[in-house]
Design a protein around this ligand. Structure first.
Ligand code: HMG
Ligand code: MG
Length: 300
């Protein structure tokens, strides 16, 4: 069994987490959260989403948030972009990295971005071309890689096909989204084992939601396949507004506790991460959805 010596954690709480909150989180609170996360040593913090405010009102002020962040040298603050309109708004805000988001399921793609998979890839081609001329870095997402809330099973071939198309367009990395957390370790591992036939493992990331409590187990399985980039959400915030019942990503505190215990380097400081998680949980008026955070808080 071999594991990577170091893992990059991509913190998605301020985007994937807060996009799904029922109450509106003020710009200042989002900025403070993002600053606390970078203080904790996270080198990538997804800061917002330039999508339609009619579709996802919680992300409406992403430009203001982006402008207000106290940018730390060496830290990336990617934002989601669904189309040219989003790209133009992101460029106006001074964004340096974007994430485009596709899915391996037709129905989810329709529900999430109102087009087919092929149309989404074509739409992104134009977005990526312009983003590259503006020297932006581009990350890609694929949702529903281990199952779809509308279609059920999703074929690994379909995931591989979308992954290759996103990388060919110019994404430096593709993040594999288990959007509703339905995956289990054997399946997560089998998916990655198939993908690495066509895609370098160094260009894959794991973006697992913890809806069924499988998040850490699934991560442990794919770490053994060589995946060394993990998306997670502080305090386990989040879900997806177009996948009913989806809860948050696997919590960053839980991921860090596991990786620290395995002596896998992350550069993230647990105490400071706990502070960030406590800050947003206090604001939302609930306990963090992270077992490690709760246990460590109670010990202190
Ligand atoms: P549409 O309605 O087909 O768009 O939505 P349209 O081009 O026909 O435009 C309709 C209206 O939206 C127009 O306004 C546009 O200006 C406006 P109107 O003339 O009616 O006043 N509009 C925009 N406004 C602001 N920013 C924009 C923008 N684009 C159009 N960028 C669209 C298509 C893609 C825009 C819409 O479906 C959308 O915004 N979807 C986003 C859904 C979303 O954010 N989902 C959550 C993120 S994905 C996720 O969480 C999964 C992930 O975490 C991985 C995983 O877990 O699996 C990444
Ligand atoms: Mg997600």
């Amino acid at each position: 069994m071999s594991f990577p010596g170091a893992v990059k954690i991509v913190e998605v709480g301020p985007r994937d987490g807060l996009q799904n909150e029922a109450i509106s989180v003020p710009v200042e609170v989002k900025i403070e959260l993002i600053d606390k996360l970078t203080e904790a040593g996270l080198a990538v913090v997804e800061s917002g989403s330039f999508v339609s405010p009619k579709w996802v009102p919680q992300m409406a002020a992403s430009g203001e948030v982006y402008r207000g962040i106290h940018k730390k040298p060496g830290v990336a603050y990617p934002v989601l972009v669904p189309n040219m309109q989003g790209l133009d708004a992101a460029l106006e805000a001074g964004v340096e990295e974007i994430a485009i988001f596709a899915a391996a399921s037709e129905t989810f793609t329709q529900k999430n971005i109102n087009c087919s998979i092929d149309e989404s890839i074509e739409r992104y081609r134009q977005v990526v071309e312009k983003a590259l001329t503006e020297n932006l870095k581009i990350r890609g997402y694929i949702s529903c890689v281990l199952g779809c809330p509308y279609e059920g099973e999703v074929s690994f071939d379909s995931v591989a096909d979308v992954a290759v198309r996103l990388l060919d367009q110019g994404c430096y990395e593709v993040s594999l989204g288990d959007t509703t957390g339905v995956g289990t370790p054997g399946k997560a591992r089998a998916l990655v084992e198939q993908l690495v036939d066509t895609v370098p493992v160094s260009q894959l990331a794991a973006h697992f939601h913890d809806t069924y409590g499988q998040g850490l187990a699934n991560l442990h399985a794919v770490l053994q396949c060589g995946i060394a980039v993990i998306d997670s959400s502080v305090a386990g915030l989040g879900g997806c507004p177009y996948a009913r019942g989806a809860t948050g990503n696997v919590a960053t505190e839980d991921v860090l506790y596991m990786l620290d215990g395995m002596q896998i380097e992350t550069g993230v400081d647990m105490d400071k991460l706990l502070e960030a998680g406590a800050y947003i949980s206090d604001f939302l008026g609930r306990e963090p959805a992270s077992k490690a955070a709760l246990a460590l808080q109670n010990r202190q």
